[in-house]
Design a protein around this ligand. Structure first.
Ligand code: HEC
Length: 216
């Protein structure tokens, strides 16, 4: 038990160095709470699942970050152009990753499967499905981590937090009737009758990139 804990702390320090900018610690109490939570997180991630070699972990963190940045940039370019052309209501149909063809080409080039998931999803296809999705959601929701890689059977899965970092996000994910204009509200309701993805504020936690790779 003691050894397992020590291993976890060593691993933790290692990953902390790698992703140091994802841990923002303000004061001692907060630090203590965060450490306790971190320990729980690392127990969850490393005790029950196969542990990943540090090089493999880092390689997939980098790959995941690059791929999600490309997907995000492509998606935003499409949405911004569509907003320019016909306003937010017109742009609603340009926010679907699959329809945009972005994921197909990235999946082919990088040999992975890209998706976005959220507990408060607009498209029910983007719901949390696996137990790991749900476990990790709870951790990401607390703002503890910005990204991670876990091994599940023959897969390495990269997760990264998505936030409503731009005021433009609120045109479709903010408060209906104020941030989201009424024409857009109607369009969203028609296309997504069980939409849960509204009433966000700027910089809220909105969802996760989930990118699956086959394990080396
Ligand atoms: C023009 C409207 C519009 C804008 C602007 C917009 N979204 Fe969306 N968003 C949507 C629609 C529509 C979906 C559902 C897409 C689908 O069918 O997969 C969606 C889905 C998502 C999802 C996937 C999970 C889910 O709820 O289905 C995330 C994450 C997300 N948006 C984040 C953002 C962020 C972050 C921004 C700002 C950078 C943003 N969106 C801007 C309309 C928009």
């Amino acid at each position: 038990m003691k050894r397992a804990l020590q291993n976890i702390i060593t691993q933790m320090n290692h990953y902390k160095r790698v992703t140091s900018n994802t841990f923002k610690i303000n004061n001692y109490n907060e630090m203590k709470n965060r450490l306790l939570l971190l320990l729980t997180v690392f127990f969850l991630l490393f005790s029950c699942k196969k542990s990943i070699q540090p090089e493999i972990y880092i390689e997939h963190i980098e790959k995941g970050n690059n791929i999600s940045a490309l997907a995000q940039a492509a998606l935003l370019t499409n949405v911004a152009a569509a907003i320019q052309t016909g306003g937010p209501a017109y742009a609603v149909e340009f926010c679907n990753l699959k329809a945009s063809g972005i994921t197909d080409s990235l999946n082919n080039v990088f040999n992975c499967t890209i998706s976005r998931i959220s507990a408060k999803n607009r498209n029910t296809e983007n719901a949390l499905v696996s137990a790991t999705d749900k476990e990790l959601w709870a951790i990401f929701e607390k703002g503890m981590v910005a990204d991670t890689v876990v091994q599940l059977d023959e897969k390495l899965v990269f997760y990264k937090s998505i936030r409503t970092t731009m005021p433009a996000c609120l045109k479709c994910h903010g408060v209906p009737g104020t941030d989201i204009d009424s024409v857009t509200v109607q369009k969203i309701q028609t296309l997504y009758p069980s939409d849960l993805a509204t009433s966000y504020k700027l910089n809220d936690f909105r969802g996760l990139w989930k990118i699956e790779f086959s394990a080396p």
